[in-house]
Design a protein around this ligand. Structure first.
Ligand code: HEM
Length: 464
């Protein structure tokens, strides 16, 4: 049993809570929520202007909100405020409409189906590596963003977005940059012609142009590619009506956004963590060399890439791409005896729970080994929840884990990354958690350098 530190909502300004605002939240929400958890325990009340939010910080409470009482909530304010971007896509829609769309999309994410995407994931990664040279300096985050965008485009929509990758990538980047300002997102209506809102509008238009082209091409070809786009295109309502272009646009923009930046950021943090932890990196290389030798990874290798999988699991613990989540109460009820009224917010942060010393030893350290035993079984279900949980759990979790593991294995077999000295790598807690200035690295070809180990300069002179 857990013991909540219950705090009543402040009766007046004297209690101090009313001083909290989205000011500190904007500057560093990660620190802000960590501090609240430290000071107030498992449950705390926050108030911003008239908007009350309960911040919960215990796995059992999180389970209550996401699973047991899921019906008592809708998605939170930040996602709702982004409806003009995501429309009625899977991430933001509600009720029967959401359920219908989820059922329609689900087959594209079944295990067997996803297995068929593995070859594309490895192939696209190898093609990227063909352009890489030993000693080059690159931004690992940009590289991962381009790669995962192309993979989502190809696997889910059978579209080669190579030529669009740069444009879409830039627009997404700007959208996420603007999205990091929660105060603006929640309190400034999106239709007001502020510079930020106008920029969002421009970037969304840019992405839409490409999505509508993909949709039109597929409609015109009448081809059933058997991919997600075909499933959505051919899915019918009970009354026989098909999805409109607008609905298709909402689902595709959602999947492009939800499905590429999250995995890309997970990999970017992984590269950064590996470069700072040479012991872990060496163990990873040893596994890759033993399992793969000099052939590329395939889906059949996944059961044997155990440590590689733990590296991703641990990276998602320390740097969860979805760093926090929120809900809005749709009816009056209680959490741990704490009154929740309709319209109130409930927030939780993977960033905080995943670093809680109650669940993890040395929580700030990157230790993939911690996952070797039965830790996952021993933990309360929501002490580790990078993909959320309950009915709104991430539809792409298996896709993402397979993709991240295969990309990590394919790249780390050939290259290691050395961090460029003086380049700041800092988390930006936007809708996702990403490295604010990217991750600048020098590429070091492993094959070349591993070979060099066996030839001292004298030996190589002889060999010459
Ligand atoms: C490491 C990568 C990923 C992470 C950490 C992640 C995390 C999450 C989380 C936490 C949620 C739940 C949000 C909530 O309940 O409010 C979610 C939902 C969702 N994710 Fe992911 N995700 C990842 C990759 C993907 C991929 C690859 C796709 C698709 C290709 C995807 C598509 C979606 C969709 C459509 C939803 C909404 C599902 C619904 O409400 O029915 N995600 N994701």
């Amino acid at each position: 049993m857990w013991r909540a530190t219950r705090k009543k909502f402040p009766a007046g300004p004297s209690e101090g809570l009313t001083r909290w605002s989205f000011g500190p939240l904007n500057n560093n929400p990660l620190e802000y929520f960590t501090k609240i958890a430290r000071e107030y325990g498992d449950i705390a009340g926050l108030r911003v202007l008239n908007f009350k939010t309960i911040f919960i910080n215990h796995p059992d409470l999180i389970e209550e909100v996401l699973v047991t009482n899921a019906r008592k909530y809708s998605k939170g304010k930040v996602l709702r405020a982004n409806r003009h971007v995501f429309g009625e896509g899977l991430l933001t829609s509600e009720g029967d409409f959401w359920l219908r769309q989820r059922r329609l999309a689900q087959p594209a994410f079944h295990r067997v189906r996803i297995a068929s995407y593995a070859a594309t994931m490895v192939d696209y990664t190898q093609r990227m590596l063909d352009g890489w040279r030993d000693g080059e300096v690159r931004d690992a985050h940009q590289e991962m963003m381009r790669l995962t965008l192309r993979i989502v485009g190809k696997t889910l929509f059978d579209a080669d977005v190579e030529r669009d990758a740069q444009e879409v990538g830039k627009s997404l980047e700007l959208l996420l940059e603007v999205g990091a300002d929660f105060r603006r997102t929640i309190f400034v209506p999106h239709w007001l012609p502020t510079p930020a809102n106008l920029q969002v509008k421009r970037e969304v238009k840019q992405i839409e142009k490409i999505l509508y082209r993909i949709i039109a091409e597929r409609r015109a070809s009448r081809r059933d590619a058997g991919d997600l786009l075909s499933m959505l295109l051919h899915g019918q309502d009970e009354d026989g009506s098909r999805m409109t272009d607008r609905q298709l646009r909402d689902e595709t923009i959602t999947l492009f956004l939800a499905g590429h930046e999250t995995t890309a950021s997970t990999l970017s943090w992984t590269w950064w963590l590996l470069a700072r932890n040479p012991g872990v990196e060496a163990k990873l290389h040893a596994e890759l060399d033993a399992v793969l030798g000099d052939r590329p990874a395939s889906i059949d290798d996944l059961p044997n890439l155990v440590y590689t999988g733990h590296v991703i699991t641990e990276s998602l613990r320390l740097y969860p791409a979805a760093w926090g989540m929120a809900r809005l109460a749709v009816e009056d009820h209680e959490i741990a005896g704490y009154p929740v009224t309709k319209g109130m917010g409930v927030a939780m942060a993977q960033w905080v729970v995943h670093r809680d010393p109650r669940w993890y030893d040395a929580p700030e350290e990157f230790q993939p080994e911690r996952w070797e035993g039965d830790l996952l079984k021993r933990l309360p279900r929501f002490a580790y929840f990078p993909f959320g949980g309950g009915p709104r759990q991430c539809i792409g979790n298996t896709f993402a884990l397979m993709e991240a593991t295969l990309i990590l294995a394919t790249i780390a077999r050939k290259f290691r990354f050395r961090l460029v000295a003086g380049h700041p790598v800092v988390p930006l807690a936007s809708i996702t958690l990403r490295p604010r200035h990217g991750v600048r690295v020098t590429l070091e070809s492993r094959q070349g350098n591993e070979a060099k180990k066996f030839f001292t300069p004298a030996q190589s002179a002889v060999a010459d």
